[in-house]
Design a protein around this ligand. Structure first.
Ligand code: GDP
Ligand code: MG
Length: 334
């Protein structure tokens, strides 16, 4: 859930380098894994804010998402600033959108000091896991293997030992850490190991900042999360959300958003009988947005059809908020 006042800790603007006299251990750390392994759940759990949307459906995350952890000094661990990057699940892309998502993964890996390779411990290692492992190896950084969802391993944790042995044969992982991102098990141990591995360095972000995402993008994602939760089959994958109006008043924020899909049939599902589905999505999203902004929100949703948008490199590019920000900066607007 969104914590009230989360926005106060979310700042707009570019990466600022701050100089503080106290040394910290800092660096960029990339979370890598197959769709549904629990990458976004881990990011949210470690940062302590809901920064990335989560759903049981694969390929929920489409952009790389930064989450900044400011960790105070502990007995055996120096203070740290960990810039975590959540990424879309590694898969073989078959659309422009898929290729863009994989591009996001590659960009996230650039300049990282550490890769956190996360797997769903309840699933057998498959060919696609080999593909992810190759990507992690190519990053040429230390790799921690995170065995996630241990809460689903019924019975004793001894089941973990043979799994760990199997993985050890595949790569010289710096650490193998069993955890449950959902139940917050094993996270303190993980964070301590991450900070101790990172070198002494600058604070890349001010201490009250937890992400670099613009609020508009987070709002679009909250709406998309409701679409993912409420619809099935092709609809969640063929849907994207574009914020068309965002006006912050003193008491009320007015937001208008378009939900794009690819076909009339999908539009019918998204609108629902007598508009019931759109109303459900809108109400649930509005409540979450109000919580995030700590303000009342008027949310208007529209459903639009744009045939095969996932195949359009131009449209996919338009959806990228980092590109949007660059274009606005280039044109002198904000
Ligand atoms: P991502 O695609 O790798 O970002 O995965 P998500 O974070 O969106 O999670 C995919 C699904 O796995 C969601 O339904 C999560 O609630 C679930 N999940 C994530 N971590 C855990 C965990 O530690 N235990 C269990 N039981 N489920 C988890
Ligand atoms: Mg995700």
């Amino acid at each position: 859930m969104w914590r009230a006042g989360a926005l106060a800790r979310v700042r707009r603007g570019k990466l600022k380098l701050c100089s503080f006299p106290m040394p910290v251990h800092s660096g960029f750390v990339c979370i890598l894994g197959r769709p549904n392994a629990g990458k976004s759940t881990l990011l949210n759990a470690l940062v302590g804010e809901k920064l990335a949307i989560i759903s049981p459906k694969p390929q929920t995350t489409r952009n790389r998402i930064l989450g900044i952890i400011h960790a105070p000094k502990q007995k055996d661990t120096p203070s740290g600033q960990v810039v975590l990057i959540d990424t879309p699940g590694v898969h073989r892309p078959d659309t422009s959108l898929g290729r863009k998502m994989m591009g996001e993964v590659r960009e996230a890996l650039e300049g990282c000091k550490l890769v956190l390779l996360i797997v769903d411990v309840t699933r057998k290692f498959a060919r696609d896991d080999g593909f992810v492992l190759e990507m992690a190896k190519r990053a040429k950084t230390p790799v921690f293997l995170l065995l996630n969802k241990i809460d689903l391993l019924r019975g004793t944790k001894e089941k973990l030992l043979p799994i760990m042995d199997e993985y050890r044969k595949l790569h010289d992982f710096r650490e193998i850490i069993p955890l449950s991102a959902r139940k917050h098990e094993g996270l303190d141990m993980l964070l301590g190991k991450v900070i101790r591995l990172l070198p002494e360095g600058p604070r890349y972000f001010p201490e009250d900042q937890v992400t670099d995402q613009p609020v508009r993008f987070m709002v679009a994602e909250i709406i998309r999360e409701q679409v993912l939760l409420e619809t099935k089959e092709e609809v969640p994958y063929a849907t994207t959300v574009v914020i068309e109006q965002f006006e912050e008043g003193k008491k009320l924020t007015r937001i208008a958003a378009a939900i794009y899909c690819e076909r009339d049939g999908q539009k019918g599902i998204l609108v629902g009988k007598r508009g019931q589905m759109l109303k459900k999505i809108g109400t649930a999203a509005r409540l979450q947005i109000e919580k995030m902004l700590s303000k009342r929100v008027f949310l208007a949703l529209f459903v639009k059809v744009r045939g095969n948008w996932r195949e359009s490199p131009e449209f996919v590019d338009e959806l990228d908020w980092r590109r949007q920000a660059e274009r606005l900066a280039g044109s002198g607007k904000r």
